[in-house]
Design a protein around this ligand. Structure first.
Ligand SMILES: NC(=O)c1ccc[n+]([C@@H]2O[C@H](COP(=O)([O-])OP(=O)(O)OC[C@H]3O[C@@H](n4cnc5c(N)ncnc54)[C@H](O)[C@@H]3O)[C@@H](O)[C@H]2O)c1
Length: 448
């Protein structure tokens, strides 16, 4: 590296350290908005970009649309210079741009990178020499190099190239996975180490200076593909282990063993075991989706990811298993599922959050309706539910009253605000898919 390049790198790093760098975050969703607040809390001037004019207007009016983010948090950020916009021309004024847009699967269960592609196409005409571009959306190894880099190079007006090796001019491109666990307050966000894979050495160092200002530890890896794969390994590890306990739960039920008692005992081993818990099926934007990004990419290499396929098979069968258990429990009470009044507790994909993406509750409600049950739901986070890519419910949350009038109450999401003892007291039958009634002894409870 030349002396001039060292000083340029030093300048970029210094801008991060002195908080003079301007940070643009694209995608003001569950990932991007909290990240914007973190940077703002560290005295950076942050601009939030989104295609949703509603979200932008809400933020600029000092409001919030995510339950765990208070209006006061947004207003504090505004005082520190935060604003939101739909106008991509503001990209030119940013020193760093972080992309946090969705990466779902399409109807054929294949990666849908259209949000990432559209975003990069919108960013490219405004990129500047020396700007840092970071992709945080979860995706398969190769996306940053094969999709993002060419779009940035072909779409910018100045003929800028991605800076590689120790080059200090050009576009500094990195991948850094988001590793947040919504609703998990046991680890502060700044204590989650930040993995960084840069296309070039300067990109990695500038990114380390930027993320190092809000995360206590940064973990540089050799390049974007290693960083992309790191995130997938983490999520596949979860997905496979959840499938394992979901399968073992079914075996334990046949054998008359309580899987939760077994997990609690196994968890006391101080090494070599991490506890995962069975449930009604996978949910959320990550665990049910991300593994299939890798199995899709693996096919390009004539490789079959058998663990992922098997885990997917077991986990996606869980809502059907729950329906069988409900039908069996009603049968024992000389009732049929058809015509029974059923109350589903919880729509969110996990407890205490306002996110229902891929939630097993949605599948369970649809299956119950298909079987002729009369279904109601309650969820303090969702007063209503309409329709989405994979469901069409159009329902309103029922108050938690008159529980004895239902033939069965099904705990699908174990929100902390529910009083399970009182629910069991009032209900005729409680089918508990989350071990939420642990410690309550009643013949009315069927745990599955
Ligand atoms: N939610 C999580 O817990 C979590 C955790 C780790 C990783 N991730 C990953 O982070 C990424 C984002 O997830 P999320 O949960 O924040 O999604 P989200 O749907 O909550 O937010 C995405 C935002 O991007 C906006 N958007 C879409 N296209 C855009 C465009 N072209 N320009 C500007 N804005 C655009 C949407 O309007 C939305 O506000 C995904 O890849 C996801 O897999 C999510």
């Amino acid at each position: 590296m030349t002396i001039a390049s060292e000083s340029r790198l030093a300048q970029l790093k210094q801008k991060m350290e002195t908080r003079d760098a301007r940070i643009g975050i694209i995608g003001m969703g569950y990932v991007g908005l909290p990240l914007a607040l973190l940077f703002s809390g560290e005295r950076f001037r942050v601009t939030g970009f989104d295609i949703s004019a509603d979200k932008v207007d809400t933020l600029n009016a000092g409001g919030s649309y995510i339950v765990r983010i208070e209006r006061a948090d947004i207003q504090r950020a505004q005082k520190a210079g935060f604003h939101a916009t739909t106008d991509y021309s503001e990209i030119a004024g940013m020193d760093a741009v972080i992309i946090c847009v969705p990466t779902p699967l399409d109807e054929h269960h294949q990666p849908d990178l259209s949000y990432v592609e559209e975003t990069v196409k919108s960013v490219a005409p405004h990129v500047r020499d020396g700007q840092l571009i970071a992709l945080e959306s979860t995706t398969y190894p190769g996306t940053t190099e094969e999709i993002v880099a060419p779009l940035l190079e072909s779409g910018n007006r100045s003929g800028l190239k991605i800076a590689r090796g120790a080059e200090e001019s050009g576009i500094h491109l990195i991948f850094s996975p988001e590793r947040e666990d919504p609703g998990n307050d046991s680890v502060a966000r700044h204590d989650i180490p930040k993995v960084i894979g840069g296309c070039g050495a300067v990109a990695a160092q500038v990114a380390a200076a930027m993320y190092g200002s809000i995360f206590r530890r940064v973990i540089p890896v050799s390049g974007p593909s290693a960083a992309e794969m790191t995130k997938l390994l983490e999520n596949i590890y979860r997905c496979v282990n959840i499938a394992l306990v979901n399968e073992l739960k079914q075996l334990c039920m046949r054998m008359g063993i309580d899987i939760h008692e077994v997990i609690e005992a196994a968890k006391t081993k101080p090494f070599g075991f991490q506890a995962f818990y069975p449930g009604p099926g996978l949910g959320g934007h990550c665990i049910p989706i991300d593994p299939f990004y890798l199995s899709w990419k693996a096919r390009e290499f004539d490789f079959q990811t058998r663990f992922i396929e098997l885990a997917g098979e077991i986990n996606s069968a869980m809502p059907y298993f729950v329906i069988e258990q409900i039908a069996g429990a009603l049968n024992d009470r000389v009732k049929s599922l058809k015509g029974s009044k059923v109350l589903v507790l919880g729509l969110a994909y996990k407890k205490d959050i306002d996110d229902l993406r891929e939630s097993p509750s949605l599948t369970i409600i649809e299956l119950l309706r298909e079987k002729g049950a009369v279904v109601a739901y309650n969820d303090p986070y969702f007063p209503t539910v309409g329709h989405g890519r994979h469901y069409d419910l159009n329902m309103t949350s029922t108050p938690l009253a008159d529980l004895g009038s239902y033939d069965a109450v099904i705990v699908v999401t174990d929100h902390s605000s529910y009083d399970y003892r009182s629910i069991v007291e009032q209900a005729q039958l409680v089918v508990d898919t989350r071990n939420a009634t642990k410690g309550i002894d009643s013949p009315k409870i069927v745990r599955c």
